[in-house]
Design a protein around this ligand. Structure first.
Ligand code: ATP
Ligand code: MG
Length: 395
């Protein structure tokens, strides 16, 4: 396997998520705030992205892929070439200047202008899952705050505020599903925050974690609602949280006067917009921190890099090979540790990597044709037959 576990994280890495993920062989740092994803890491990131993709498709979002090298003129038009403080500006050898995409309103609005003419074209929603670049001042939170990071950004175009609000509410419900599917639904709060160019408020989805940079006040535990402390409202006992997603009413800030449509009477209006972000890389870090113990990570099944961690001990590779082939044939994703190492070392690696089910083929298995199965989140070791194991996993 490309990527190995290590005993100690680099000394200058302070964030828990980065320490865990580096030790377990999921990521490696390139420069401050920039990480490489190793084979285990990209599997988790893809799992997270696919959950997001499925739920965005389910509400009618259409996926596309916008450029990272953007058009300077568009950023001058919106005034953000000079006002977006984390913008990376590139000067090419041909002496052209480019903004390196930190967000995509400047790309998506001119593009949408080519396809939106009439009220019959609306509502419309497009999204992408793509690498963003931001020159973040503080980049000490591992993959929670990168200078290069994956983001899902969706942009909606509506005729008016009512049509917009319908879609906004659909996205809010889709976000709740996404965070539930990833295992963090019970600790993620839809949080009222400042911002929104039309509305007074935007909504952030804040996940409780000690590593968070935000403080929220929970206003309704049952409905999972909160308010961000930055609003100045004192809701009592504050909780540390990190923003894993947000939904934002843009109104006509980016569309007026460029992106207009004709209503039933033939009159022109600017399209009413919203933008909606989720950070898959940040989520991976949040989940790794939230689900870990002193031995390593404990991935929820839905985002785990593999379903099964198969370990062969001693001279039992023939039986282990057979089990591996059965698992693969059934489409059960399996990491197979057939290294010639002591049991203790293999078990420690399995705990560190955090795959949900560990299956061990050792001396007992050879005699009795049973396997040792253990869930990462439990201490119980069970002796079961291969058939039993396969039935459980198929379920
Ligand atoms: P923050 O306040 O944490 O900087 P933001 O308000 O800049 O976030 P957006 O620009 O709306 O966030 O980005 C959408 C989503 O992308 C965020 O909710 C978060 O999940 C993720 N995100 C934003 N910045 C980063 C970053 N530097 N590294 C990783 N993920 C990020
Ligand atoms: Mg930011």
């Amino acid at each position: 396997m490309f990527g190995k576990t290590i005993k100690d994280a680099p000394k200058d890495e302070v964030a828990t998520n980065a320490k865990l993920l580096i030790r377990a062989g999921f990521i490696r740092r390139e420069v401050s705030g920039v990480y490489n994803y190793l084979p285990l890491g990209i599997r988790v990131l893809n799992r997270i992205s696919n959950i997001v993709r499925e739920e965005m498709n389910a509400i009618g979002g259409q996926e596309l892929l916008l450029s990272s090298l953007q058009n300077k003129e568009s950023w001058e038009t919106t005034g953000r070439w000079n006002s977006f403080d984390a913008l990376f500006k590139l000067t090419s050898v041909l002496d052209h200047e480019y903004p390196l995409g930190p967000t995509h309103e400047e790309v998506v609005v001119p593009l949408a202008k080519q396809f939106i003419n009439s009220y019959k074209d609306l509502p419309l929603a497009v999204y992408q899952i793509q690498t963003k670049f931001r020159d973040e001042k503080r980049a000490k939170s591992g993959i929670l705050r990168g200078r290069e990071f994956l983001m899902k950004d969706l942009y909606s175009f509506s005729t008016d505020v009512d049509q917009h609000e319908d879609f906004y509410n659909k996205v809010a419900e889709a976000y709740k599903k996404i965070f539930h599917r990833m295992g963090i639904g019970d600790r993620t709060y839809m949080t009222r925050a400042s911002g929104g160019s039309f509305s007074k408020f935007s909504h952030e989805f804040q996940c409780l974690t000690e590593a968070g940079e935000d403080t929220i006040y929970i206003t309704d535990e049952g409905k999972k609602e909160a308010v961000n402390k930055e609003l100045g409202e004192d809701g009592g006992e504050g909780m540390r949280a990190v923003e894993v997603g947000n939904i934002f009413t843009l109104g006509t800030k980016f569309s007026d006067p460029y992106l207009t449509f004709k209503d039933e009477k033939g009159e022109s209006h600017p399209a009413f917009m919203g933008s909606y972000g989720i950070g898959p890389a940040r989520l991976m870090g949040v989940i790794a921190e939230a689900f870990s113990d002193d031995k390593g990570i404990v991935w929820p099944k839905e985002v785990a890099p593999f379903r099964v961690h198969l370990i062969s001990l001693g001279q039992h590779s023939v039986l282990a090979n057979r089990v591996y082939e059965k698992l693969v044939a059934l489409g059960i994703e399996t990491l197979y540790d057939d290294r010639d190492l002591r049991a203790g070392e293999k078990f420690a690696d399995a705990d560190l990597i955090g795959i949900p089910t560990r299956v061990v083929i050792g001396d007992k298995s050879a005699d009795t044709e049973t396997l040792e199965a253990k869930e990462r989140n439990s201490e119980e070791v069970r002796n079961i037959t291969l058939e039993q194991l396969l039935n459980e996993l198929k379920g």
